[in-house]
Design a protein around this ligand. Structure first.
Ligand SMILES: [Zn+2]
Length: 481
């Protein structure tokens, strides 16, 4: 892609120059163990929110608000446990400029040295030889959150005006289900977020370890259960085997009709709802830096259903999948128990993609399961229901914000980014898009091997520093779009 380059060299140089300060800022953030999933650490989560308020204030943000979200709903040990606040702030309010909202989260996953960390998880350790920063939250999501603050500092020190108005929305409950956030976005859509033109989220990762990506799609998930009821209590097969209709036999028959061993969903009508693959979208897959061999190595087997990277990625990102997860009430221990379970509940989910409509999907699933059960002419009873659902998200990778992010990436990394999707979900993406009615861009900073929720979480220094440049450059290109 050829494009007119903006004169951003001074900004990039300033960011390089400020590297020691940016690492030090991340060090102070990582030192606060803001684990949202641990009630006893809630004061630390709040402390992390206050840390951000102090930083935003020092950088010149205005209208900084600490939005309280009330008490945390059960199950909680402390019935009065307060949710951590959402921190809002503005940098610039010019009516002539576009307004970009950036979302990030300041809470982290739990971590303890005993889990197998090579270093103290809440001490940022700079491995100078590898130029990697280790610490909980380094990549998820304190590095990216501070990235936006670093961009402002660089502009301040250069005496540059920010080309857009920036609104920040930092949450402290993301790792624990984002409790209260949907309602906050709803409340602020026409208030604090009223003038927002675009939302950018930096909370996902490159597909691999060497090529930057921009993410334009996420799959949704509908989770179902099938309940088969038979005898009034668990029975012994030596006494009752061969004489009564067994719930597990019915359940397995029905579950076996949902998907075949090639991974193809067998429920009528779903295939027809999948958005057709356009030539333009199809061409994106050829460029993507991804290897089937590396994928097999990561899975620790040769059980991949697809032989080309294009097929594999399409089935991970843009086609639906159905997974059988388990059977509640079934015997699952070791040994040879001769029980006949009286009631079993089969669990499965479908990862959804455009244009699968959730309610229509439920209907097709229920019809299919009930029809297959009817064929068995069983005296047992069956009930099928949805446990929860979350919609897919897909954006236009050729719109203004993706184009701006692509140009900034090329300036910084010297390469056209891959346009990727993810097989999982980031529910907040869809909430912002629907409640604010604007486009969302996912602009990741870290690499695919950062270990966001695992031990030895890290952020490579080049990703942190070039990430800051990319975020800053993006704002400039987007302002001109
Ligand atoms: Zn995250």
């Amino acid at each position: 892609m050829s494009y007119e380059k903006l004169p951003l060299e001074p900004l990039f140089q300033k960011i390089d120059e400020l590297k020691p300060q940016f690492i030090e800022r991340l060090e102070r953030a990582v030192a606060i163990p803001s684990v949202s999933g641990d009630e006893t650490l809630r004061p630390q989560v709040v402390k992390m929110g206050e840390f951000l308020i102090t930083e935003l204030t020092a950088l010149g943000f205005t209208d900084i608000q600490r939005k309280e979200l009330g008490t945390q709903p059960p199950p909680v040990a402390d019935a009065n446990l307060q949710l951590p606040p959402v921190i809002l702030g503005r940098f610039g309010t010019s009516p002539e400029k576009k307004t970009v909202l950036v979302y990030g989260h300041y809470d982290v996953q739990p971590a303890a040295k005993e889990d197998g960390w090579a270093t103290e998880p809440f001490t940022l350790v700079h491995d100078q030889a590898k130029d990697i920063l280790y610490g909980r939250g380094s990549t998820d999501d304190k590095g990216p959150v501070l990235g936006w603050l670093n961009v402002i500092q660089a502009h301040n020190e250069l005496g540059w005006e920010l080309p857009v108005n920036l609104v920040v929305c930092f949450e402290g409950m993301e790792e624990s289900g984002s409790l209260g956030l949907d309602e906050l976005i709803e409340r602020e859509a026409k208030e604090y977020f009223a003038k927002v033109d675009q939302v950018t989220i930096s909370d996902n990762y490159w597909l691999g370890t060497s090529k930057p990506v921009l993410t334009y799609g996420l799959r949704g998930c509908n989770y179902y259960q099938i309940i088969v009821n038979g005898p009034g209590a668990d029975l012994h097969s030596g006494v009752f085997g061969g004489t009564i209709a067994e719930p597990m036999t019915d359940l397995i028959k029905v579950m076996s009709t949902l998907v075949n061993s090639d991974g193809l969903i067998q429920i009528e009508g779903i295939k027809e709802m999948i958005a057709p693959l356009t030539d333009k979208e199809n061409a994106l897959y050829d460029e993507i830096d991804f290897s089937v061999d590396e994928f097999n190595a990561a899975a620790g087997s040769e059980t991949c259903l697809h032989t080309t990277k294009q097929d594999l990625l399409k089935h991970r990102w843009r086609f639906p999948s159905l997974s059988l997860h388990g059977i509640e009430g079934a015997f699952s221990g070791t040994g040879a128990k001769t029980v006949i379970p009286a009631k079993v509940i089969g669990k499965f989910s479908i990862r959804t993609v455009p244009n699968i409509e959730s309610a229509k999907l439920d209907q097709l699933v229920f019809q299919h399961v009930e029809a297959e059960f009817a064929k068995l002419k069983s005296p047992n009873t069956l009930k099928v229901e949805l446990i929860h659902d979350g919609n897919y998200w897909v954006s236009n990778p050729f719109n203004d914000s993706f184009t701006a992010a692509s140009k900034a990436t090329q300036d910084v990394w010297g390469i056209v980014p891959d346009f990727t999707r993810e097989g999982g979900s980031i529910p907040i993406t869809l909430s912002f898009e629907q409640k604010l009615g604007v486009d969302v861009l996912l602009l990741p900073m870290g690499r695919g091997d950062d270990g966001a929720h695992s031990i030895n979480e890290k952020l490579d220094v080049p990703n942190y520093i070039n990430g800051c440049k990319t975020l800053g450059g993006y704002l400039h290109y987007y302002a001109k779009a």
